[in-house]
Ligand binder design. Structure first.
Ligand SMILES: [Fe+2]
Length: 362
């Protein structure tokens, strides 16, 4: 049969041309498909503080947290959701029963989309004595319930600051044509954590950096500063004063203004800082020392009805036009918040926030 095929030169030429045509067509198809995939818009979902969806005094709204993660899981393909970032305060108090509920909600994302968790002040607020309602700041249970071992075998895991502690960690992703590094930093990162973060961002200076830390933005176009109600830094202490040296040894907490000065403004590859914690959404563009715009965005709805009614943030990146739409959506209510604070466009070319028209879908 094979011998017969090669006996007629004209027929052979026709067959040869046919296969060349098929191969070239397939190559074009593969190329077109790969171009389409790298240029396809992708979405990063932000989960603001979820602490009020189940709290220690018995309020049970875990179904609202479930509605958020179920929605993300259900729309991974059509919205091309490539990453979920929890902005911290996953739980109301760091006790096992609340971690059980929160991790059960987050389980809907398990194995479907990368999830980066940020430690909030409530995630490290451990109950010492239920009788007197005494709490202590500790990452012990946080790291027990969200162990580093859960992350360090994942292909997108980068590294951590302290062995076995996931509150300061970095992760690598490729979205569109861009390589990203995501750094999750502890609540009010200590000086030595900021030193470490500087080294990591510098080491991977070819990657676009996203910083996520719980307490950074205040309401409106402002970062948290010393003395603000929601600042981890309750009062200003002169840098390198005796009191500062004492406080900085262990739990001295830096707020948005300090994180900006000592980390975010210093690197040309830092593009975003995301946070939760403060009352009211905030957004601000500041220019770093290299002239690059840094887009700083905060969201948290925990004080609103039903502990936030399940509002989450959807940041859709358009690689071709270098624009990002930011929408605030509640899967529970099937409702968008379309005011200027909650819905806007980020133009990465011009470095500005722009008005975004009313969407018809997420
Ligand atoms: Fe908080």
């Amino acid at each position: 049969m094979i011998c017969q095929l090669f006996q007629n030169p004209i027929k052979n030429f026709v067959v040869f041309c046919f296969f060349v045509f098929i191969l070239l067509s397939q190559r074009e198809l593969v190329l077109a498909s790969s171009l389409q995939s790298v240029d396809r818009p992708f979405t990063i979902a932000l989960l603001p503080d979820t602490q009020k969806y189940k709290n220690f005094s018995g309020i049970a709204r875990a179904h609202i947290f479930d509605s958020q993660t179920q929605w993300i899981a259900d729309h991974i393909i059509d919205e091309n959701i490539v990453l979920t970032l929890h902005l911290g305060d996953i739980v109301d108090i760091s006790v096992n029963s609340l971690w059980d509920a929160a991790l059960s909600s987050l389980d809907y994302l398990n194995g479907l989309v990368p999830l980066v968790l940020t430690a909030g002040n409530h995630d490290i607020s451990e109950l010492v004595d239920p009788g007197s309602a005494t709490y202590t700041e500790s990452y012990q249970l946080f790291n027990k319930r969200v162990p580093a071992s859960r992350f360090n075998k994942l292909p997108w895991f980068g590294g951590i600051y302290e062995k076995g502690k996931i509150e300061n960690a970095y992760y690598f992703f490729n979205f569109g044509r861009v390589e990203y590094i995501v750094l999750a930093l502890e609540y009010g990162p200590r000086d030595k954590v900021l030193d470490w973060a500087n080294k990591i961002v510098e080491k991977y200076s070819e990657k676009t950096a996203i910083i996520v830390t719980h307490a950074y933005m205040a309401k409106g176009p402002k970062r948290l500063k010393a003395g603000d109600k929601y600042s981890p830094k309750l009062k200003e202490v002169p840098y390198h004063s005796k009191e500062y040296e004492y406080l900085s040894k262990e739990i001295w907490a830096n707020d948005g203004d300090v994180i900006w000065e000592r980390l975010a403004k210093k690197h040309k590859n830092i593009m975003f800082v995301f946070s939760g914690h403060s009352k009211g959404p905030g957004k601000l563009i500041s220019k770093g020392v290299n002239g690059n715009p840094v887009f700083q965005v905060g969201a948290n709805y925990q004080w609103e009805e039903n502990g936030g009614n399940g509002y989450l943030r959807l940041m859709k990146f358009y690689p071709k036009t270098k624009k990002v739409t930011v929408k605030t959506y509640s899967p529970l209510l099937d409702h968008f918040r379309t005011d200027w604070e909650n819905q806007f466009l980020i133009d990465l070319n011009t470095g500005e926030f722009l008005k975004l028209e009313l969407p018809s879908s997420p």
